[in-house]
Ligand binder design. Sequence first.
Ligand SMILES: Cc1cc2nc3c(=O)[nH]c(=O)nc-3n(C[C@H](O)[C@H](O)[C@H](O)COP(=O)(O)O)c2cc1C
Length: 315
Amino acid sequence: MQTRVTEMLGIEIPIVQAPMGWIARSQLASAVSIAGGLGIIETSSGQLDVIKDEIAAMRELTDKPWGVNVAQLFIRDLDGLIEFLLENKVGFVTTSAGDPAVVAPTLKEAGVTVFHVVPTIRGAEKAADAGVDGFVIEGIEGGGFKNAKGASSLVLVPEIAARFPELPIIAAGGFTDGPSMAAAFALGADGVQMGTRMVASVESPIHDNWKQSIVAGKETDTVLVKGAIGPAMRTLRTEKTAQVNEEHGSVSLDIDDMMGTYFGGDMESGVAMSGQVQGRIHSVEPVADILRAAWNDCQSILTELGARTAASTSK
Ligand SMILES: Cc1cc2nc3c(=O)[nH]c(=O)nc-3n(C[C@H](O)[C@H](O)[C@H](O)COP(=O)(O)O)c2cc1C
């Protein structure tokens, strides 16, 4: 089965691995691309020198397609990064956390395929006006940075699909397996992006305590908190994030505290961004198994639904 996303990005499986600060680097992204999906390298960590090395590493690790997320708000030298991406012939970019009109036109002029990350219908209108090639639609149930007033994938995807039938959609927020993926296609998406599921993969570089917190976490164990910088974010409910949430304060994103969680495994040190879908993730799996199972199950479900509908209409 081909979709507009598999055709446009030259991939076999319409599953994109979410850009996630410090996590979406070459170890994880290359595993996703090699497995037939699309790996994405993050820039939201702001560590551009490291990111440039990670981009170089991708070239060594795979000849399959992959992309880069340009998290506009978190990048000090935006022009320098864009120049680097063009020099290195990066073919696919998702832009986020900023005005799509600022970078999309330059990238598009150079022949790069650009999808903008949109959390609202208004955001989709602005991105379409900026001439993007497609959308990543972020439902509020997903992990990570979010528009605090956001809506769920179930609300956003079909409405944006109806308003912009010519633009392909990658649905993000709540997707982890065949049933959720099949639902995305029914809503009008052409592919899905998985964040939380990818954090809890064997190839994800973060501490095992975080992976196990996703496996153990219930769907109700996340909170949407304000960050000291940038938009709101959905994180694992810990003592610290629950308290911030209750007090309507904002959570510090001190780098040492964050690294204490990411690589030190102290779940109270920083914040562990995680989506509600953690309640549906029950084991840490290799990326190739996650992608293959989700795509096979999705296709079986769509075929079965089609057959069931055909049988009932012929009665
Ligand atoms: C740990 C984590 C970090 C994230 N960091 C970023 C980021 O740096 N930039 C970004 O655009 N989205 C970020 N996100 C959001 C993801 O890109 C993705 O849209 C979201 O995880 C999808 O929802 P899901 O968690 O239900 O799969 C992050 C998500 C997680 C779980």
